[in-house]
Design a protein around this ligand. Structure first.
Ligand SMILES: Cc1ncc(COP(=O)(O)O)c(C=O)c1O
Length: 483
């Protein structure tokens, strides 16, 4: 077994503000191991020897060796010293070794969004840029929560969620006309978890649900996995096509209809009050629940036309409507804070299911959310965010139109626009991926991939991430090649 030659450990480290000596030393050694300059099985110098060579303290060397061990690059052999591992623990595949997808599906887009392809903002993303979401109140919120109730950080939370947050959320619902109380609010890990609980409470394999088409693809993928039959209700400019919905309800006896009434994903459209009234009448006549997914709730205030129309849950008084919302789009997806409200008996059942599925939600995040909401910081943050969005939308709409896209639904002030690209957007998505751009092709947003939707020319754009002229130039070139 050979000891790493002293010469291979130069150069000396320098104190600088950017990296600690420990970080520099561990980075240098890691690089040498990865380059093969320190071969598998080689013994590293003793702590004392290494400290002398690098003119650092033994403490720095121990800390650097600890890091290399944690990275799986070296191992300590009791009483003998540190050795380069023969097989470095490799946890990451290089991007190049990942297979290029043959077709696009929900998983494809979600993975693409979560593993950002590059530094570029991605027009197909469903999120706002991280810099927009930077919030100076997060740190103080966490500190305040730790200061005022340190013991709560160490316990499971309340089954329904942090009581003072539920109180705040109930007030927010009441402002929207939704008759919730702190006792009929259930906090969740985002809207996705709320939808999951509803699905567990009300659906069994073989049941039928009505879904919007186009609509949010994650919901479709979940139903498909669970063996629940989806019936597509076309989403029109003012909401769902109620003639189709009524006919389907009469024939198939669905258990529920899931919809995004305001600032719909992907079209950006909102439901008219007359449509909302008739939808509730149909639900009443055919005995199905309406799940109102109000994930984009806090962007509604900025849209004067949309802000004045009532929520479905407000019109119905939470009899047949289950209302849910989230802070993923407004604060940050990482908060994983959402909630739902429903009729009291159903709410209790949903609470049991929450406990069975994950015990409680995290009190820490809920305490921080309560802090930003109760201090007014959240309201100020939303004002800033919606101003950003308005500016970005104006630019993205102009660029999309200049590059030959037609808005299928007139653009509103939400996060998304729904455009006709003039070519098969699935092919476009695969070709643009090769150029480093992720787009959200229309076919993804349909519950059934019928031949009609196959080759869909539609594409969802995120206004916040579609303002880069480089993207649109590339888009136009690739699109013209496909024509
Ligand atoms: C309609 C709709 N519901 C729910 C979600 C997910 O929300 P959350 O991150 O709170 O789970 C999204 C995210 O894109 C969405 O568009």
């Amino acid at each position: 077994m050979n000891t790493a030659p002293a010469a291979s450990l130069a150069p000396l480290l320098q104190s600088n503000g950017a990296q600690t000596l420990t970080e520099q030393l561990s980075a240098q050694l890691a690089q040498r191991i990865k380059q093969g300059l320190l071969a598998p099985g080689a013994r590293l110098p003793s702590v004392r020897e290494c400290a002398k060579r690098y003119a650092v303290s033994p403490f720095t060397v121990v800390a650097a060796y600890d890091r290399l061990q944690a990275l799986g690059l070296i191992e300590a052999q009791r009483g003998r010293g540190f050795y380069v591992r023969s097989v470095a623990v490799q946890t990451q595949r290089s991007a190049a070794s990942r297979p290029r997808p043959q077709r696009v599906d929900a998983g494809w887009l979600i993975r693409g969004m979560f593993n950002q392809l590059s530094e570029n903002l991605q027009p197909g993303s469903g999120m706002l840029p991280a810099v927009w979401l930077e919030n100076p109140h997060v740190g103080p919120a966490m500190r305040e929560a730790a200061r005022t109730a340190p013991e709560r950080w160490l316990q499971y939370g309340d089954p329904k969620g942090l009581p003072e947050l539920r109180d705040q959320l109930a007030r927010r619902c009441i402002e929207h006309g939704v008759p919730a109380t702190a006792d009929t609010i259930l906090t969740t890990n985002g809207a996705t978890h709320a939808l999951d609980l509803v699905y567990r409470a009300l659906l069994h394999p073989g049941d039928t649900v009505l879904v919007e088409s186009p609509g949010w693809f994650v919901e479709f993928a979940r139903y498909a996995e669970a063996g629940v039959q989806m019936l597509a209700v076309p989403r029109l400019i003012n909401g769902p096509d109620l003639d189709v919905l009524e006919a389907l309800a009469a024939k198939h006896k669905p258990k529920l209809f899931v919809c995004v009434a305001k600032l719909h994903n992907p079209t950006g459209s909102s439901m008219a009050t007359s449509v909302a009234h008739r939808l509730l009448q149909i639900a009443d006549a055919h005995g199905f629940y309406v799940v109102e997914d109000d994930t984009y709730a806090d962007f509604v205030e900025a849209c004067s036309t949309v802000a004045t129309t009532p929520r479905l849950a407000a019109l119905d008084g939470l009899r047949q409507v289950i209302y849910l919302s989230s802070f993923s789009k407004s604060l940050a997806p990482a908060w994983r804070c959402g909630y739902l409200t429903a009729a009291p008996a159903l709410l209790e059942r949903l609470t049991d299911l929450k406990l069975l599925s994950m015990l409680t939600t995290q009190p820490t995040g809920e305490m921080a959310l309560h802090y930003v909401m109760s201090t007014g910081a959240y309201r100020r943050h939303m004002l800033r965010l919606t101003e950003h969005l308005q500016r970005a939308s104006a630019r993205a709409i102009k660029l999309a139109e200049q590059h030959g896209c037609r808005f299928v639904i007139p653009p509103a002030q939400g996060l998304f626009g729904w455009v006709d690209t003039g070519v098969d957007s699935e092919k476009l998505a695969l070709a643009l991926l090769d150029e480093g751009w992720l787009i959200a092709p229309g076919a993804l947003f349909y519950p059934q991939r019928s031949s009609e939707q196959h080759g869909s020319p539609y594409m969802r754009i995120n206004y916040a991430t579609s303002g880069d002229l480089k993207f649109w130039r590339c888009f136009a070139q690739v699109r013209d090649r496909l024509k």
